[in-house]
Design a binder for this molecule. Structure first.
Ligand SMILES: *Cc1c(COP(=O)(O)O)cnc(C)c1O
Length: 354
């Protein structure tokens, strides 16, 4: 750190992304990317003509894309805020609505804490219950910015929409942001509540269920006034943050919605198979509605399992937080990748002899 760095950032701990090692070829089950490519029509959308167009700035209003996304949900383009990955949307939400403080679960997406610190937002982490569920009662009438990932990460567990609606209703003077990064894999979306509540933001990403983590596209849905607030912050930061090619791919993605629904179904099938196989090997597996499983091995710690898997060419994610240190988070890959994963797990936990 240099002696010039603003004091308010000196103690801040940056988010640590999942590793992307290049030393060998891994089966990569550590960052919840899709094992499938974008739809063929999306791949074909990029032509050399489009690449030549890169000399021009992209449309800062993202008009075409917002119109397409809006029609997908039956909303107006003015209800859609498009960002460079949903992380950007979340950052702007903390920036815009965090002045009275923020609350979120103790075990959830690690970035919320970082955004709170970056934006000088005081925050409180509410412990999940012993079984890793969220207790809605803890979030009632808080009058602070509330962040809930649904399904939650890294547990994969969903909250029911009725409980979320109660939280939204009981915090009518503050914003409730529902992060639906994983909802397409089995959760219940709150998108339909956007027209009902002026304090709700639903945040979505192309990184998981739209097979486009490398394209960087996210969006938030909300009341027109909220979207205007967020647009103001975006226009004060980087109005051109969605590049032309990503915008083009993102529009083609909306048109190929069926393809992505099929990919999500395939992930859900493979998830069920993998969960069953792990359970038979004595693992404790949390019920997941996401594209990953959160699982605890019978006789080996999470950190040890992570290392043993890595040595055998499989990357999963392990978190140091003591409450979940026994667990690893396993992204659901292709059926073939997961068969290989289970074979290797058997070698490690000795389940081959069962
Ligand atoms: C992956 C993820 C995101 C954001 O990802 P982007 O790639 O920035 O869109 C947001 N929230 C949760 C819970 C995630 O797991």
């Amino acid at each position: 750190m240099s002696r010039f760095f603003a004091e308010r950032y000196q103690q801040m701990e940056a988010y640590v992304p999942g590793e992307q090692p290049k030393d060998m070829e891994y089966i990569k089950l550590n960052t919840n990317e899709s094992p499938f490519p974008p739809a063929p029509s999306v791949v074909e959308a990029v032509t050399s003509e489009q690449i030549e167009m890169l000399r021009l700035y992209p449309d800062p209003t993202c008009g075409g894309l917002r119109a397409k996304l809006a029609s997908l949900y039956g909303y107006d383009p003015e209800n859609i805020f498009v960002t460079n990955g949903s992380d950007d949307a979340l950052n702007f939400i903390f920036m815009a609505y965090g002045s009275k403080g923020a609350i979120f679960p103790d075990i959830t997406y690690g970035f919320y804490k970082v955004f709170a610190e970056l934006n000088g937002v005081p925050y409180r982490e509410i412990p999940l219950r012993e079984d890793f569920t969220i207790d809605p009662a803890e979030y009632m009438g808080q009058d602070q910015l509330i962040l809930i990932a649904n399904p939650n990460a890294p547990t994969g567990m969903s909250m029911d929409m009725g409980a979320i609606e109660d939280i939204i209703r009981s915090n009518s003077n503050s914003i409730v942001a529902i992060d639906e990064a994983y909802v397409d894999f089995g959760g219940q979306s709150c998108a339909s509540l956007v027209s009902k509540y002026d304090n709700l933001l639903v945040v979505r990403t192309y990184s998981k269920s739209r097979n486009m983590a490398g394209g960087r596209l996210g969006y938030a849905m909300g009341n027109v006034q909220l979207i205007r607030d967020l647009e103001k912050l975006k226009y004060s930061t980087n109005p051109y943050c969605i590049n032309r090619l990503t915008m083009l791919l993102a529009e083609a993605t909306v048109d190929a919605d069926r393809y992505y629904q099929d990919c999500c179904k395939e992930v859900a099938r493979t998830r069920a198979w993998t969960a069953q196989a792990l359970t038979e090997l004595g693992f404790q597996v949390l019920p997941s509605d996401a594209n990953f499983l959160f699982a605890k091995a019978p006789d080996i710690g999470g950190g040890e399992l992570y290392i043993a898997l890595k040595a055998r060419g499989i990357l999963v994610r392990h978190f140091g937080n003591p409450r979940i240190a026994d667990y690893v988070r396993i992204t659901v890959g292709t059926a073939q990748q997961m068969e290989r994963f289970i074979e290797i797990v058997k070698e490690i936990v000795g389940g081959g002899s069962l």
